[in-house]
Design a protein around this ligand. Structure first.
Ligand code: CTP
Length: 406
């Protein structure tokens, strides 16, 4: 499954707010994601930004009011509207939102919004008073009832000099939302996938922890690939430094025990569990309640074994959820395949992704990975070095095969 933005036709409507300058960044990001971007500006938008800016970043003519009355005349909106697979209005003013709520079609953009037959995403931007006004709030709820999606606005500094709600969300956030909206009808629609990511942390005392080098990047990439295929994703993520992909539900689980409980709570109705997390195998038997002081001398930490989550998940699969597909990761530094096969058998896995952590370009913090996939039927597939998102797409392709095309 590839990024659902690729080759999609997206119509970006820009209205008259100072945040219009951010729309140029959004148009550029969409273009760089291989989207066919069509931009349409209202007259007021052109007071803030020129069509030439959009034309330059999208490599396409940007449509303005004059196109409504130009040579192609009335068909422009119908033509572009029909092609669009998603319409984004960013920034959207209180005025445009009001017109859309009432179905007013008095300019090229509002006319086209009536003509489109695709999901609509609106990112409002306006002053705090205008946004909070009951007229605007009622208009937004009318549009929401019709299925229009809103993103933002955010609290913060406003162009008026006031502080409050009204700032347009960042272009990168709108881009992620668009990616998620376009994935909704993917092959894994309706399938629930539980994914763990990152390393766990076991407390020694209030200051110190036992942890490992896992960055969480591979697990987050698997979550993104599953969302791209339309799945419902529950990401159990001990790491707080990565931003979860848009659309994923998340549960924070710092320790192996927290993760164990979170996974068991989620897998009863799940279709797959992908354990990309590096779960600590041991934890201190007792956490010291006070910081250990060096003058007292301390040279031993007694450890006990943690629960093996995959082994327990295999029991759940056997007892109550036979459809559950189990995917494990094995980070090995020697006898890769033999060690991984042993684990795969012990944990009753359907698929295991093995990587050699001694390789500099395929280790924990890297953006690339070199993986061998081991299948339950004894077959295997060695993948070349590739970005972690592509490794993730391979795993999701396997799930599609196993869940849909079985
Ligand atoms: N795993 C798990 N529960 C644990 C430890 C690991 O579910 N307590 C999962 C990991 O998320 C991974 C797979 O088991 O998907 C293999 O993890 P790995 O650390 O390679 O293997 P271990 O079984 O822990 O064996 P060892 O550390 O001795 O190599």
């Amino acid at each position: 499954m590839a990024n659902p933005l690729i080759s999609k036709h997206i119509l970006l409507g820009v209205t008259g707010s100072i945040a219009a300058y951010k729309a140029a960044e959004l148009a550029s990001k969409l273009y760089q994601s291989d989207v066919e971007v069509y931009v349409m500006l209202t007259e007021a938008a052109q007071k803030f930004i020129s069509p030439l800016t959009f034309q330059t970043v999208t490599d396409k003519k940007a449509y303005t009011e004059s196109d409504l009355w130009g040579r192609e005349g009335h068909v422009v909106h119908v033509h572009i509207g029909r092609q669009a697979e998603l319409m984004i209005i960013a920034p959207a003013t209180a005025n445009t939102i009001a017109k859309l709520a009432y179905g007013i079609a008095d300019n090229l953009l509002t006319l086209t919004t009536l003509a489109v037959n695709c999901p609509i995403l609106i990112a409002p931007a306006m002053d705090v008073g205008m946004y909070s006004h009951s007229a605007t709030q009622e208009n937004i709820s009318v549009l929401e009832k019709r299925g229009v999606q809103f993103i933002g606005p955010l609290e913060g500094h406003l162009a008026s000099g006031l502080e409050g709600i009204g700032r347009m969300v960042e272009p990168s956030v709108i881009l992620q939302q668009a990616r998620w909206m376009l994935a909704q009808d993917g092959l894994l629609k309706g399938k629930k996938i539980v994914i763990t990511a990152g390393g766990t942390q076991e407390s020694i005392d209030p200051v110190r922890i036992l942890t490992n080098r896992s960055s969480g990047k591979q697990g987050y990439a698997v979550a993104q690939a599953a969302l791209d295929a339309g799945a419902q994703v529950m990401l159990i993520n001990p790491s707080s430094h990565l931003i979860p992909p848009t659309g994923a539900k998340t549960i924070r689980a710092d320790t192996a025990a927290d993760m164990y409980h979170a996974v068991l709570n989620e897998i009863n109705d799940a279709d797959a569990l992908i354990m990309a997390a590096a779960v600590s195998d041991f934890r201190p038997k007792k956490m010291k309640s006070q910081k250990i002081k060096k003058e007292n001398g301390y040279n031993q930490i007694q450890l006990e074994q943690t629960e093996d989550i995959l082994v327990k998940a295999a029991e759940v699969k056997q007892k109550s959820n036979p459809k559950l597909i189990l995917v494990g990761f094995a980070a090995e530094s020697q006898d890769l395949i033999a060690n991984a096969r042993k684990k795969m058998k012990a944990k009753h896995l359907d698929l295991m992704a093995v990587n050699d952590i001694t390789q500099p370009d395929a280790g924990f913090a890297s953006d690339t990975n070199r993986i061998t996939l081991l299948f339950a039927n004894g077959k295997s597939e060695s993948l070349p070095l590739m970005p972690k998102i592509e490794v993730a797409e391979k795993i999701i392709a396997y799930l599609i095969e196993a869940l849909i095309n079985k």
